[in-house]
Design a protein around this ligand. Structure first.
Ligand SMILES: [Zn+2]
Length: 402
């Protein structure tokens, strides 16, 4: 946990609980009911007898001070539950009753401070709902007080909107995150224990990759293979990645997350861009299950030469930002299209559907070719760079039957 770099003055108050008991997911904005400088406000919170504090204070001149580390719970909102999860901010008033006006400089500083708090604590959005169900809260919802006053209270929807603009601008700026090359350079040869649990695991490096290269945290899995098999249960992953099954035409691209399904937990690594339809190289940890640090390891799709004991490869999670693949040739000979009846043999609709089920598509156990099958065929064609015809032909069968 960190404090804001926007502060220009620090006077730590003894009036707090160390550490807070809840992760930060809320911001509570207060007014001082007076025009105190940040130094004067720090003076107010300094004596133990005062029994009050806030994490930050903002003066009418727009200067920001720290009184209680974010790691600790301030005594600010008359509500322990709120203050254990909230960063609290006291803002000076440059006007008195009844409006309790706040200066434009203080308001501008407040918006920047809130955006900074959200970014560092992975709060995706400030959600002002007008009650305690949101994560931007008011003192007066918890106690008999007018705080934060009519002027500042009326600004809450505007503050939330301005903060959210800054948060979405931050996430759409790719330079905020590392590239794969920067990530490899930083971690190659190092032991990454992201969660501090069970030593260096392959998933630790994956979690670090998500955080550093995509700004995603909080994706917990019960074994690497869940990342592929239960992909749809991770909204953050679905937003950032396409799940691409291991067909015979799969080429692992730089930055692809490769997932193996063997053993109890499977395995995960990140493609470095070398390889072809037969082999690839991943940046990975715990290759042999002995907590090996991050290294580059050569693998083969057919399992030979693989040294992790975790074959087969289930597929990859490909960053959505990766360039669209060039379209490959269409099938010249159409074998099956929607509504066709099945033919017996190795390449029956039934056999092809069984193989697609193994690749993660939800299909029934018949030889029918209906709308569901057509949609699945189109999805796979899109992911593998083919034009989406929805028909099964020679190219498609070759693709699926790895
Ligand atoms: Zn208050």
């Amino acid at each position: 946990m960190s404090n804001s770099k926007l502060i220009c003055y620090t006077r730590l108050s003894p009036n707090c609980n160390k550490p807070r008991s809840h992760k930060i997911d809320t911001i509570t904005i207060h007014h001082m009911a007076g025009n105190l400088t940040v130094e004067q406000c720090g003076e107010v919170f300094a004596p133990v007898s005062r029994q009050a504090s806030s994490n930050y204070g903002i003066g009418s001149d727009g200067r920001i001070a720290l009184y209680v580390d974010e790691a600790n719970r301030s005594w600010c909102s008359s509500n322990a539950e709120n203050d254990h999860r909230a960063v609290t901010i006291e803002v000076a008033n440059d006007g008195g009753e009844p409006d309790w006006h706040v200066s434009d400089k203080a308001l501008a500083a407040l918006i920047e401070l809130c955006a900074d708090i959200c970014k560092r604590n992975n709060i995706a959005r400030l959600n002002f709902t007008g009650d305690t169900s949101g994560n931007l809260t008011m003192h007066k919802w918890f106690a008999a007080t007018g705080c934060p006053g009519p002027y500042l209270g009326g600004k809450f929807p505007y503050i939330a909107a301005e903060v959210n603009k800054r948060l979405s601008a931050a996430t759409s700026t790719p330079s905020k995150y590392m590239t794969y090359n920067e990530f490899e350079k930083k971690y190659l040869g190092k032991a990454v224990d992201f969660d501090g649990v069970a030593g260096v695991q392959c998933v630790d490096l994956f979690d670090q990759y998500l955080k550093d290269c995509f700004g995603i945290t909080g994706v917990w899995c019960n074994g690497a293979k869940d990342l592929y098999n239960k992909f749809e249960s991770y909204p953050a992953l679905v937003k950032a990645f396409d799940r691409i099954p291991n067909t015979r035409e799969l080429v692992v691209k730089k930055g692809d997350v490769v997932i193996w399904g063997g053993g109890s937990w499977g395995h995960v690594g990140i493609g470095n861009g070398e390889g072809d339809e037969d082999r690839f190289v991943t940046l990975e940890e715990n290759t042999l299950g002995r907590h090996e640090p991050t290294q580059l390891v050569k693998h083969y799709f057919n399992g030979s030469g693989g040294n992790d004991g975790c074959s087969p490869v289930l597929g990859v999670l490909r960053p959505k930002s990766a360039a669209e693949p060039a379209l490959k040739p269409l099938d010249t000979a159409i074998w099956y299209k929607r509504g066709d009846k099945d033919k017996a043999g190795e390449h029956s609709i039934f056999a092809i559907k069984q193989r697609m089920k193994a690749l993660g598509y939800k299909l029934d156990d018949t030889g029918g070719f209906g709308g569901g099958t057509e949609a699945a065929v189109k999805d796979l064609q899109r992911k593998m760079g083919y034009k989406q015809t929805g028909v099964i032909g020679e190219n498609f069968v070759r693709l699926v039957m790895r």
